[in-house]
Design a protein around this ligand. Structure first.
Ligand SMILES: [Zn+2]
Length: 354
């Protein structure tokens, strides 16, 4: 390389760095720790996707990502931000190949389309923003692999890439060996409905039911997805699988979406108790329910907000009976199959909405 070119190269990259740093004043880095999503508050805000994601050069010319502070100018800009979040998720979080995560089946094309539509709704925008913020954190810590040629081209005066164009969707070498990295995954499983863990949302290969099994309430798939995100680390990861946590998840994360989509709120959550393997819980109310046979007179009044316990008995399989009405003799032949728990509905008196 001749000295003139070296000089020019040095100058343009210096300019790029200077520019990037001047920009960095109105760029916000994601907070170091996650805060649980307050969905109702977010849905009342004028916009849901958060600041536009931009990449810029750090002092050592490595790429960093943050968000512009300015709100979107209009709905089109908001949709562009939502689309970028989904592009990031598609690259990093959506499982579309086999064997990416243990037990994870790849999502079908229809499932990806449903997720994309969800990401463009107000509630979906809130959740996918939380997922994208994780991506920013991982990226800024150097845990995500990126297209080095693309980045160099930008430093040399080329167009600024979007973060979704820059990341490859794989972990960097540092990321692969770090104990801190848990990429959030959305994947499929064999079966019906959906599930969640702290670091995953799973969609059944057989799709959603049209109605909830016991209540008969109509299912709103977007509200269900929001419910599952509510069980993840972006909401309340301790809420899954016990009556109070589930009812709270419906109240906080599912019903607000149902109401927006024109569905009536769910007033009752029916928790299914799998037969066979005994359920273990630390949640005191749930523990009392599971020990329903051992307490001589278990009274519903003391179990608020539980509405009922439903048992299946050996003599009439498939028929549900009120567990608390069984005699001790009958109870010995019956198993607790469902717990009905009331969902709090304090909403509906919103002074902002007329
Ligand atoms: Zn749930």
């Amino acid at each position: 390389m001749n000295p003139g070119r070296v000089f020019l190269f040095g100058l343009t990259s210096l300019l790029a760095v200077a520019w990037a740093q001047s920009v960095a004043d109105d760029i916000q880095l994601p907070s170091e720790n996650r805060t649980p999503v307050d969905l109702e508050r977010e849905l009342k805000a004028p916009w849901q996707a958060g600041g536009e994601i931009v990449v810029f050069a750090s002092a050592d010319r490595a790429p960093r990502a943050g968000r512009l502070v300015a709100p979107p100018a209009d709905a089109t800009e908001e949709q562009t931000r939502r689309a970028e979040h989904f592009s990031l998720a598609r690259k990093l979080n959506l499982v579309t190949q086999p064997r990416v995560a243990p037990m994870a089946l790849p999502l079908s094309e229809e499932q990806v389309t449903l997720l994309e539509r969800f990401a463009h709704t107000d509630a979906g925008a809130v959740w996918f923003r939380a997922v994208a913020d994780d991506t920013l954190r991982l990226f800024n810590q150097g845990y995500l692999e990126y297209d080095a040629a693309r980045w160099r081209a930008f430093l040399e005066g080329g167009p600024r890439p979007r973060l979704s164009e820059l990341i490859t969707g794989r972990l960097s070498e540092t990321g692969l060996f770090s104990q801190e990295v848990t990429v959030f995954r959305i994947f499929a499983f064999e079966g019906m409905g959906s599930q969640a863990g702290a670091a995953s949302v799973r969609m059944g290969s057989k799709g959603f039911r049209c109605q909830f099994q016991l209540s008969g309430d109509a299912v709103d798939p977007f509200a269900i997805l929001s419910h599952e995100f509510g069980h993840s680390r972006y909401g309340d990861p301790k809420s899954a699988g016990h009556p109070l946590g589930e009812a709270r998840t419906v109240a906080r994360y599912e019903n607000p979406v149902r109401l927006r989509n024109g569905f009536p709120p769910r007033l009752m959550y029916y928790l299914r108790i799998e037969s066979g393997r005994p359920q273990v819980t630390r949640e005191p109310l749930f523990a009392r329910l599971l020990a329903w046979r051992e307490t001589p007179v278990l009274r519903l009044a003391e179990l608020d907000p539980v509405e009922g316990l439903y048992c299946e008995c050996l003599d009439v399989p498939g028929k549900l009976r009120d567990c608390l009405q069984l005699t001790a003799g009958e109870a010995a032949m019956c198993e607790l199959r469902w717990v009905a728990v009331r969902v709090e509905t304090s909403v509906q008196t919103d002074p902002d909405k007329r």
